[in-house]
Design a binder for this molecule. Structure first.
Ligand code: NAP
Length: 281
């Protein structure tokens, strides 16, 4: 399940929508100079420029105080030219990440990390959904992988990937099992999976003998090793799975495409073309 061709098609659709909607603004916020964050942000900005989304980059010192960072976010919330806001994680240790995420106006939260948007997903009334899980679902849909009634196993329970993808699979009527570092016997769970989504951040945590024959495997992992970028699933698993995503070139390109799609969605919400659910405090 190659991500690039589908991601390219989605980006072309986004470009058409941007032409139709007019000026769309995306703001990214980076605190400090984490190398991986800088690479991800560069890719996001390149992708935004290609579809003519106007992306602005707020690069802030790693010594910025939490209050000053919150003030930056508040200014972006108030800026009418900005439709989407993305605070690149991780933030330095002295900053309360949850507090910053909660400060982003939910309608502009194109990462889908705000508790309001996470709650909407939990309730099955999704607004902004995190981009990587959306990318996983789009890849499964593209390859017509049946989900209704099937057993889906998710390895990882982060708020960014594992939990939201489990909710989306549940909405698609899969029977969902979520595994994590306390799971007693990971292989017992994964061997039962018709659809296996792995987001653990551990190279080769899933080996070929842990994969059900004929299943669909989505490897979300991106691990920088001496031999280059590898996923969480041993590539030999491709001999047993009917479908498997490559790393790189699988979920990665999809994440960026879905982020652009979320930004257009935010613009639609903000222009009243889509109804954003009322936020009750
Ligand atoms: P994370 O926050 O570190 O979460 C990792 C999850 O894996 C945790 O829930 C952890 O369990 C679980 N885990 C760790 N060891 C395990 C084991 N031995 N068996 C089963 N579960 C185990 O990571 P994340 O942000 O979700 O990211 C996961 C991976 O996806 C990383 O490689 C990251 O780089 C990659 N990623 C890729 C994209 C993309 O666009 N392709 C986007 C986001 C992330 P506990 O909860 O018990 O600790």
């Amino acid at each position: 399940m190659e991500g690039r061709p589908l991601a390219e098609r989605i980006r072309a659709q986004v470009a058409d929508e941007v032409r139709e909607l007019g000026e769309i603004g995306l703001a990214t916020v980076q605190v400090g100079e984490d190398e991986a964050s800088t690479i991800y942000l560069r890719l996001k900005h390149q992708a935004a420029a290609e579809v003519e989304i106007t992306a602005v980059d707020r690069k802030l010192s790693h010594t910025i105080s939490e209050d000053d960072l919150l003030a930056e976010v508040a200014a972006l919330n108030a800026d009418d030219a900005i439709d989407g806001i993305l605070v690149q994680l991780p933030l330095p240790d002295h900053i309360d990440e949850a507090r910053v995420i909660a400060a982003v106006e939910p309608v502009k939260d194109v990462d889908g990390f705000h508790p309001f948007n996470a709650g909407q997903l939990y309730l099955g009334r999704p607004t902004h959904v995190p981009a990587t899980p959306l990318g996983v679902m789009a890849l499964l849909a593209e390859h017509r992988i049946p989900l209704d009634g099937r057993r889906a196993v998710v390895v990882g329970r982060s708020n960014i990937v594992g939990k939201p993808v489990a909710h989306l699979l549940l909405q698609a009527h899969a029977t969902v099992v979520i595994c994590h570092s306390h799971t007693d016997d990971l292989a017992r769970e994964t061997l039962d999976a018709d659809v296996l989504v792995v987001a653990a951040g551990l190279p080769g945590v899933v080996t070929a003998d842990m994969v059900k024959s004929g299943s669909a495997v989505v490897d979300v992992g991106i691990n920088r090793t001496e031999s280059g970028i590898v996923g969480d699933v041993d590539p030999d698993a491709g001999s047993r799975a009917a479908f498997i995503t490559p790393v790189p070139g699988g979920v990665g390109p999809m994440t960026i495409a879905m982020l652009l799609q979320n930004t257009v969605k935010a613009a639609r919400y903000r222009r009243g073309l889509l109804a954003f659910p009322e936020k009750r405090r």
